[in-house]
Write a protein that binds this ligand. Structure first.
Ligand code: TYD
Ligand code: MG
Length: 498
């Protein structure tokens, strides 16, 4: 592995390497992120080989014909948790290094411990290297998960070399390191968690995994912007990066792959948090739909395509008169900039005067919608709240909204509509161009050419006239009862929402 040697600084945010100190990272533009790497310099070839687990790494240095390599070598073995296997692309690949990232407290330790349980129960020896918790703490956590299987060892150690020495003496099938931020190597500068330590520990684990054929799961804490030193640096070297996500106070957790050398990154595993650990959710679509809310104005159901599986998710929106000079646009689980675009389209192409309203959008279940097929649903949820009319009961909304207000095609419309049919939906509003494709599932199909069509055809009777509606019904220029301090809106054109 030829690596650049002698780089002595790198960015603690993105891992950019440089021989010189820099005030602002040339790669990610972060200020003051330069961190000094260990004095020994080169992270790979330049370092003298040390210890048993390193020695093995040199053995495979002769090239082989790619065609001769037996793909049977990468036979996967199930992890024992179906949703984890799905996200990994079909199971654990021996000798792979997998990073399990996520916010603190999201459930990474619980998930990896459950996986260790399942693996050990199936006869794969597992070594848990606990750097954060004592063995008693881990045992306490384990006792909540059920009977502890044999073949699951725990080592409370923060010195990585010591841990690897133990692991290479009797290589288990799987090693779990919880967490990489607590591990350190004596000959590397910096406290545990410093970029230099995280990087060197990651590389040592990589060499161990590749040379011993042991699968290593690395737990790493990340903050929302990835600011904590480490995981970003690790992302480059590991085979797969799985992120465990969810809203802290909601009980669903979603496991998704941000990188996967052995499979697709689109797959998604869905879990529910319980007292006895994470429980796999067999039918996430049902779980994410709240029955009662569907008749309310401001609610819409979208089918977001997550890997091979469409997921029905409810979007809720609340539009109310703003009492601020700059209306608020607050979202949970949806990109606020995308919302701003959709609101501008609603304003300019449909004529909904949303410019002086606060708009809140929430995706239920702690799911994040980042796929264009959910545009229509989000726009309709906002329009529905604004107008005070619910979306027709039992309607699925699928489509991308263009800047001109047209409903664009989405991928795999048939799969999305079929999923809705399975959980009892009656009709689906789909891009007009895909109406024929969508018909197979037995739902009533409403072909939609534009967002205006969707609002005309799919918003039901008015429920009550909320302030937003009364105001919209009046002259659009100026609504009654508004605080006079507000500056008048420009005659044409939407205000730029944030
Ligand atoms: P933990 O696995 O320790 O999170 P992390 O390792 O990511 O910091 O979980 C945080 C807390 O939540 C812990 O007190 C256990 C609790 N928890 C449950 O009770 N049930 C669950 O299903 C999960 C995932 C966690
Ligand atoms: Mg933990």
């Amino acid at each position: 592995m030829a690596r650049k040697t002698a780089s002595s600084f790198f960015c603690s945010k993105c891992g950019y390497e440089s021989a010189r100190w820099f005030g602002r990272c040339p790669a990610c533009s972060e200020w003051n992120s330069a961190a000094e790497s260990p004095p020994a310099g080169g992270a790979g070839a330049a370092r003298p080989a040390r210890g048993r687990w390193v020695a093995g790494a040199g053995a495979a240095a002769t090239p082989r014909a790619l065609a001769d390599i037996d793909t049977g070598e990468v036979a996967r073995s199930p992890s024992g948790i179906g949703e984890v296997d799905r996200v990994l692309g079909g199971g654990i690949v021996p000798g792979s290094l997998v990073l399990v990232g996520g916010d603190p407290g999201i459930g990474k330790s619980t998930l990896t411990l459950q996986m260790a349980f399942a693996l050990a129960a199936r006869g794969t020896p597992v070594l848990m290297v606990a750097g954060e918790e004592s063995d008693r703490q881990v045992r306490l956590r384990a006792s909540r998960l059920g009977p502890v299987p044999a073949g699951l060892d725990i080592l409370c150690e923060t010195d990585l070399d010591a841990a690897l020495a133990v692991a290479s003496e009797r290589p288990p099938g799987v090693v779990v390191v919880d967490s990489i931020q607590t591990m350190s190597r004596a000959d590397v500068e910096g406290a545990p968690g410093a970029v230099s330590q995280v990087r060197e520990c990651g590389l040592a684990l990589l060499r161990f995994a590749k040379s011993s054929g042991t699968t290593v799961f690395l737990v790493g804490h990340v903050t929302k912007d990835g600011a904590v030193a480490g995981p970003r640096v690790l992302e480059h070297m590991v085979d797969a990066v799985l992120y465990l996500e969810g809203e802290r106070y909601q009980h669903y957790r979603v496991l998704r792959a941000a990188k996967n050398r052995f499979g697709s990154t689109n797959e998604l595993g869905v879990f529910e948090m319980t007292d006895a650990g994470l429980r796999e959710i067999a039918n996430p679509s049902l779980a994410f739909l709240s029955e009662s809310a569907r008749r309310e104005p401001g609610s819409a159901v979208v089918a977001s395509l997550e890997g091979s599986r469409p997921l029905l998710v409810e979007v809720q929106s609340l539009v109310s008169t703003s009492f601020y000079a700059t209306p608020q646009r607050v979202t949970t689980g949806f990109d606020p900039r995308r919302l701003a675009v959709l609101l501008a389209v609603l304003e300019r192409r449909v004529g909904l005067r949303l410019g002086r309203h606060d708009v809140f959008v929430t995706v239920t279940g702690g799911i994040r919608l980042d796929e264009p097929g959910s545009d229509l649903g989000v726009a309709m949820a906002a329009a529905s709240s604004f107008r005070g009319r619910p979306v027709l009961d039992g309607t699925l909304l699928v489509g991308e909204v263009s800047l001109s207000g047209e409903i664009r095609r989405v991928s795999r419309i048939d799969a999305r509509v079929r999923e809705a049919a399975q959980v009892g939906f009656k009709r689906a509003g789909v891009p007009a161009a895909q109406a024929d494709e969508a018909r197979g599932a037995g739902l009533e199909i409403v072909p939609l050419a534009t967002l205006r069509d969707a609002i005309e055809q799919l918003l039901g009777e008015r429920v009550a006239a909320p302030p937003a509606e009364r105001e919209a019904a009046q002259s659009p220029a100026r609504a009654a009862g508004e605080p006079p301090r507000r500056t008048p809106e420009p005659a044409r054109g939407p205000r730029a929402p944030r």
